[in-house]
Ligand binder design. Structure first.
Ligand code: HEM
Length: 512
């Protein structure tokens, strides 16, 4: 029997062609994907991605460890959110310099939008015309060196009150953490609203509640498509309720101020007497200034001032003091310097702060080892791009692990240890405006760098100098310095897990 093999050959021929074409296609895409594949990252579980590795841990530490294995540009999946984590100075330079414009937006979180007047605060405003105008007003007006200087008297007053309170509790343990917290909230609230007001304490406690809720792990933010999760977690509802109350207080304060601004005293207010609300209302009222924020925008900005400007600053002073208690020789040097500079005067004032080189190094070293926002604020890239051969799709969440960068062993000698001297010696030229190498980024960098840096620095330096000058400090109950617990607490800002209790003894009393 004769068999017709032609169809068999034909099938085989087409099969081989199909197979070859597929092989070529695969090779082609694989070749292209060496340019366009996502960065490497840890193995992901379906639906939750890498969440199981991050929940219940300190994310900056876990991400730092994972980066040692997967590299300084790493892909992480958190629920539906795809995020690229940058963990070395070279990688961060790509985000903050080479591709700065593309990476200058922020992702939107529904729960946060509810308390930031639909992201009309600066911290979470998407990149665009509104953010650019607001940023300009911040640089030239709200947080300019001149404005920060104009708040000098109120900083003085608030820090003197803290010193008086501590002096009144000489010899017994004081909750230092709480004290520096209330100094910062008091100072920021007066910078925003001027004179002390009856509502101040309520505003502060509502802001604290909103910060706590914003820092709580909110699974609903990780599954934006599952909107019902917001009602399951209840966090958004709690934030909205605290916010409603805060909004009512803001309205009262703003209405009162608008009336006051129309009086003679209001009209004649000198530039240096204006608080942040005055400046923002001026832009609202005068149409020819190139930026006209609505009242909701103004309230959004005030929320920013409170949330971005309080715990970051107080947390740093708290850690600085804890580090000095842990390292008595550093405390001694810092105290000797402050007492030498201000000793003859009998009081501390900001006029001679240029001479406090060692104390400033203590603050820098604290920000290096304990950056208050260890993962900065998340960013979003507007367009797809390729970095180091890795594909970064548009609208990816960008995380910068500043905590890991600030202790990168290839940039920092003995990176884990607390040594303020490093900022006096080879790194003395490093300032807060992000170093050229992007190896010291507690305030972030690029277009989205912290807008309130000068105010933050002023609010850290003055109280710290006064606490070092006026008091000697010991740990309570005979605790030794090596026993002091330095564990980090959970949350978005890197604060101490335990409040710091210290026993003050008055060295130089206040003379006025
Ligand atoms: C120790 C004190 C402070 C630290 C360490 C700090 C740190 C930061 C960081 C890391 C960012 C994000 C930067 C980025 O995405 O690259 C930021 C943003 C911001 N900070 Fe600060 N901050 C401090 C104090 C303040 C103060 C006192 C204010 C104002 C009252 C302030 C206002 C802001 C604002 C408005 C933004 C958003 C900027 C934008 O998105 O364009 N900060 N800060």
């Amino acid at each position: 029997m004769e068999v017709n093999v032609a169809p068999l050959f034909l099938t085989l021929f087409f099969f081989i062609i199909f197979f070859l074409l597929k092989l070529i296609r695969t090779r082609f895409t694989t070749k292209n994907s060496t340019v366009a594949r996502l960065p490497p990252g840890p193995w992901k579980l379906p639906f939750i991605g890498n969440l199981h590795q991050l929940i219940g841990s300190l994310p900056h530490r876990v991400l730092g460890d994972l980066a040692k294995k997967y590299g300084p540009i790493m892909h992480i999946q958190m629920g539906e959110i795809s995020s690229i984590v940058f963990s070395s100075p070279e990688a961060v330079k790509e985000v903050m310099k080479t591709h700065d414009l593309n990476f200058a937006s922020r992702p939107r979180f529904e729960a946060l939008a509810a308390v930031t007047y639909d992201c009309s605060n600066m911290g979470f405003a998407p990149y665009g015309e509104y953010w650019k105008q607001l940023r300009k007003v911040c640089t030239t007006e709200l947080f300019s060196a001149r404005r920060v200087q104009s708040f000098r008297d109120l900083r003085e007053e608030e820090s003197t009150n803290s010193v008086k309170w501590i002096a009144g509790n000489e010899g017994s343990p004081v909750n230092f953490t709480e004290k520096i917290h209330s100094f910062t909230y008091g100072t920021i609230s007066r910078a925003a609203f001027g004179k002390k007001r009856a509502e101040q304490e309520t505003v502060i406690s509502l802001v604290k509640e909103i910060i706590r809720l914003a820092e709580a792990f909110n699974v609903a933010d990780l599954y934006p498509s599952l909107k019902f999760l917001h009602s399951v977690t209840g966090i958004k509802a709690k934030m909205e309720s605290a916010h409603k109350e805060l909004d009512r207080m803001f309205d009262n304060m703003i209405n009162e101020r608008r009336t006051e601004r129309r009086t003679k005293d209001g009209e004649n207010k000198l530039e240096d007497q204006k608080d942040l609300l005055d400046v923002l209302l001026m832009y609202h009222e005068q149409e020819n200034l190139g930026f006209s924020p609505t009242i909701a925008n103004i309230k959004g900005m005030i929320v920013d001032v409170f949330t971005a400007g309080t715990e970051t600053t107080s947390g740093t002073v708290d850690w600085a003091m804890a580090e000095m208690m842990k390292n008595p020789e550093i405390m001694k040097k810092a105290q000797e310097e402050v007492r030498q500079v201000f000793g003859p005067k009998g009081y501390v004032d900001e006029g001679d702060f240029d001479k406090l080189r060692y104390m400033k190094s203590v603050i820098k070293e604290t920000l290096r080892v304990h950056p208050p926002l260890p993962l900065l604020l998340p960013r979003l890239n507007q367009e797809r791009c390729v970095i180091n051969g890795y594909e970064i799709p548009a609208n990816t969440h960008i995380t910068v692990n500043a905590w890991a960068v600030n202790r990168d062993p290839s940039y920092w000698k003995d990176a884990e240890s607390f040594q303020p001297e490093r900022f006096l010696e080879e790194n003395s030229s490093i300032d807060y405006k992000s170093s050229l190498n992007f190896d010291f980024i507690p305030f972030g960098g690029g277009r989205r760098v912290c807008a309130g840096m000068h105010l933050g620095v002023a609010n850290m330096e003055l109280p710290l100098a006064k606490f070092l000058y006026h008091f000697d400090w010991v740990l309570p109950n005979g605790m030794k310095s090596e026993e002091l617990d330095m564990t980090e607490g959970p949350g978005f800002t890197l604060r101490r897990q335990q409040d710091l209790y210290l026993v003050p003894s008055l060295k130089y009393p206040l003379i006025h």
